[in-house]
Design a protein around this ligand. Structure first.
Ligand code: MF3
Ligand code: CO
Length: 255
């Protein structure tokens, strides 16, 4: 079932989104070579709790941490560890979610650790571009397939792989609600968007194959061919017309 949010509920999701944005900004500032992903996780949990919110990933289906930290060919759901030290030249995807006053926000980004290869810079940039290209479509009356198609066309135009086994999702009182929001698809197909829907759009784009495998830890997802992968996600509000509102990117205008 797809839930539509009223103005008061959207206000609460805005507050959750704003807080998550702050948390991710603070995290960005401490990401550097030599830092452990476990330390990033502890920092995120502390910030979230200090602001009266709850980390939504922690204990979700037994997940052990407050962030996902996925390095290089890890696509998503990498488990942070004190023993995992970030190295110059790697790329790191940080995914984080929180619950404030009963309402969820979910957002992810990928950054380079120190100086990275130009092809990795480009992958990160194009993954963000794919997000905005998809989100630009997300206005009332348009279909979910139009969003996925926009993401897929841009990514595949660069010869990149679009991860298919994981998708975006509705979000609100729960982290994962209907509808599913794939990063591929056909224009004019799928659920029709309505004003008041809140969805997480989250392209995961690889330099090579779109196929993935799960590691023995039961969480970490990697590309099958070892290609590096980038991830970019925001929680957005679909509106009657114009562009959607990005709830986890509150201080920035975008076009
Ligand atoms: N943020 C992920 C998503 O976008 C969910 C993380 S799964 C968890 O759907 F187990 F880490 F919580
Ligand atoms: Co998500």
């Amino acid at each position: 079932m797809i839930s539509l949010k009223n103005a008061a509920q959207v206000d609460k999701m805005r507050a959750a989104g704003r807080l998550l944005h702050d948390v991710l900004q603070r995290l960005r500032e401490v990401i550097r070579p030599g830092e452990s992903t476990g330390a990033l996780d502890a920092f995120a949990e502390e910030l979230i709790r200090r602001n009266g919110a709850v980390p939504s990933f922690l204990n979700y289906r037994g997940y052990p941490s407050s962030i996902c930290a996925s390095v290089d060919d890890e696509v998503v759901h990498g488990i942070p560890s004190e023993r995992q030290i970030l190295k110059e030249g790697s790329i790191l995807s940080v995914d984080c979610g929180l619950i404030l006053d009963g309402w969820h926000a979910d957002s992810a980004f990928t950054v380079g650790i120190g100086t990275i290869a130009p092809e990795l810079e480009k992958l990160i940039q194009v993954t963000q571009d794919c997000f905005f290209q998809g989100v630009r479509q997300a206005v009332a009356g348009v279909r979910i397939g139009d969003v996925g198609h926009a993401v897929q066309s841009l990514a595949e135009g660069y010869g990149y792989g679009v991860i298919r086994d994981l998708t975006g999702h509705g979000i609100g009182r729960s982290m994962h609600e209907d509808p599913s929001v794939p990063n591929f698809g056909d224009s004019g197909q799928g659920v029709r968007l309505k004003a008041g829907m809140t969805i997480a759009v989250e392209p995961m784009i690889s330099l090579g194959s779109w196929q993935v495998k799960e590691m023995d830890d039961g969480w970490t997802i990697k590309t099958v061919d070892g290609s590096p992968c980038a991830h970019y996600e925001h929680t957005i509000l679909v509106r009657e017309d114009g562009l959607p509102e990005i709830l986890t990117l509150p201080d920035h205008s975008w076009t």
